[in-house]
Write a protein of this length. Structure first.
Length: 125
């Protein structure tokens, strides 16, 4: 048995705001959605070959903390993405070069999930 692929499912207290974040800022498109009583309950999103699902979660007891996850997306032009976040959305992120040969910057979605955008460094000639 082999795992052929995986799709992260983000549990969202504010699914509409989270959907807007991924569509507007990261250029995901909605492939499929499920609504109930006129409210969005679930959405399947894609950007090229990257797939993501959003699932509405009702707010639970105040002492229960929802665990957030980190997402890592490989991008083709990290400097352009960082510029768009800063100029278009007012989100200033630091660009870091990692010991594992990546340029990276972090943003956070409305649910508190950490999103790292990374671009592999070109080898020096």
């Amino acid at each position: 048995m082999a795992i052929l692929s995986g799709i992260p499912v983000l549990h969202c207290r504010t699914i509409e705001a989270t959907l807007d974040f991924y569509q507007q800022k990261l250029q995901f498109v909605m492939v499929k959605k499920r609504e109930s009583e006129g409210r969005l309950q679930w959405a399947h999103l894609m950007n090229a070959s990257t797939t993501l699902m959003l699932q509405r979660t009702e707010v639970s007891l105040p002492d229960q903390q929802q665990e957030n996850i980190s997402l890592y997306f490989f991008v083709s032009n990290i400097k352009e993405m960082r510029h768009i976040f800063k100029v278009k959305y007012g989100i200033d992120t630091c660009l870091a070069t990692t010991p594992y040969h990546m340029h990276e910057c972090d943003v956070q979605d409305p649910e508190g999930n950490r999103i790292t955008l990374g671009q592999k460094l070109e080898p020096e000639k």
